[in-house]
Structure formats: structure tokens, C-alpha cells
Write a protein that binds this ligand. Sequence first.
Ligand code: ATR
Length: 270
Amino acid sequence: MDHYAVIGHPIGHSKSPQIHTLFARQTGQEMVYEAVLAPEDDFPGTVRRLVDAGYRGFSVTVPFKHEAFELADTLTDRARRAGAVNTLTVTADGLDGDNTDGLGLVADLKRQPTPLAGSRILLLGAGGAVRGVLAPLLAEGPARLHIANRTAAKAQDLARDFADLGPVSGSGLEALAGESHDLIINGTAAGLSDETPPLPAGLLAPGAGCYDMMYGDTPTAFVRWGDAQGAAWTRDGLGMLVEQAAEAFAIWRGQRPQTDPVMEALRPRS
Ligand code: ATR
């Protein structure tokens, strides 16, 4: 039986074991997938022990995605561009590092009513989570992708790093007043304390949607903000989680599972 794990700190609330178990059942694959808590100061040692025990691959979550990037022996282009790894695969030569987060976000956004091509997109935050999704979002051909962050310089630096890929700009949050967007994506960590970044009212164009890269069993702070602002649609990041997992599963098992039934099974009933 092949073994896989998601590694994080904390890890108790991870939905990844449930997601991969549903994928395995759906595709008839013989595998076990579990959650592993790594000490904050010993991600490499944890990976080494699991590799020695015969594990075949790992999902990597907060706060270890940068360490996984450093640990990988080879990197895909998208992982290199993201500066982070969320999927490690054990091979005969070592550890292959990939990043499926951006693809996961784009796949779930394509399920929503707002098309990405030609849209004015506002991306909130300028940390690792946002860096990881910039290239796949720009590849969809938005009219404009604006990064706004509490610390303006970090948004401007990110925009500079990705300027070769499309029309991307950066600013602080206060500079947003008077702007209008078709899609606002929250990639800040503010939701961890049930907050939203301080945003001016009136940012949403008619028909605009709000997408939170975080998810929760109850509506996230940013989803509630979008609803209060009159967004045409709001969505949390559960779909992104399931889509990035499907891509990891495909890398490991050579078979891409269907995501809709898994999303259906995970979505809390209201
Ligand atoms: P991650 O890897 O999850 O992106 P990170 O690199 O620590 O984590 O980045 C967290 C992001 O959330 C940053 O953009 C941070 O803003 P700063 O760069 O100004 O620190 C943003 N953030 C965190 N808490 C926030 C809050 N309460 N309001 C607004 N932005 C917040």
C-alpha cells in the first residue's frame, strides 16, 4: 500500500486526508493518506523520516511551503516562480517539488460567473500565498491585475517581479479608493483572526465577485464583507483546496480525479 501525507503545523483541521481518501475511492487507487504534524523547527527531519519509512509523496501546508522549496532536489518552473512548494514527490533521485496552488485557484475561479480574461482583478495581500498564484492568474489574460497590500512596498516589489508576465501593478490599501474591479481575491492572512483588510467601500463593479483563498465551515470574514458590499457572488477557498489536491493526486497517481463530487461531499450543509 502506498503512503502519502500532508505536513503542516498546525494540521488538526486539514481537510486534505478526507479529500485524497475520496479521490482514491473514486479512482480505485490503493493508497493511504494521512495528516502529519511536524515540529515548527524540524520540517526537513520529519520529511526524511517519512521518506525512510517508504512514503511516496507529501502535500505541504502552512508554514512549511518555503522550506519545502529549499528542500526539493528538483523544481518545476511554476514552483520556482512561486518561490514555494506545496507538493513533494519521492523519486529514485530525491524529492521533486511542485506548486499546484495557482492552478487550483484558477480552476475554481473558472467555475464562477466572472470570466478572468479581460477582467479587472484586485488581489489583496503580498505574502507567499499571493506570490504563488500570480503567474497562473496573469496567464488567463486579465485586463489588469492590481495587488494591494497593507505594506505597499511588498505589493510593488511583487508587481515588479511579475511584470514580464502581464499588466500587473501594486499599491497600498489606501490607494484603492475610487477604483472599480470585476473580481476581488483575498490572499491576506487577516481571516485567520476573522478580520478583513481595511478596504474602502465601492470597489465592486456591477456583477463583480469576491473570492477568499481561505475557507471555513462558516462564512469567512472576507465572504461576509463581499456579501455586505453587494457582490454578485462570493466564494471561499474550499474549491481551490480540492483543485490543488486533484493536481497533486494526478502527479502522484497518473490519474486526475473528478472534483465536483468531492466538493459536494465536503461543503457543509446549511
Ligand atoms: P502567506 O504565506 O499566507 O501569504 P505571509 O507571507 O505572512 O503569509 O503574508 C500574509 C499577508 O497577509 C501579508 O500580505 C500581510 O500584510 P503585510 O505584508 O502588510 O504584513 C497580510 N495581512 C495579515 N494580516 C492582515 C490584516 N489584519 N490586515 C491586512 N493584511 C493582513
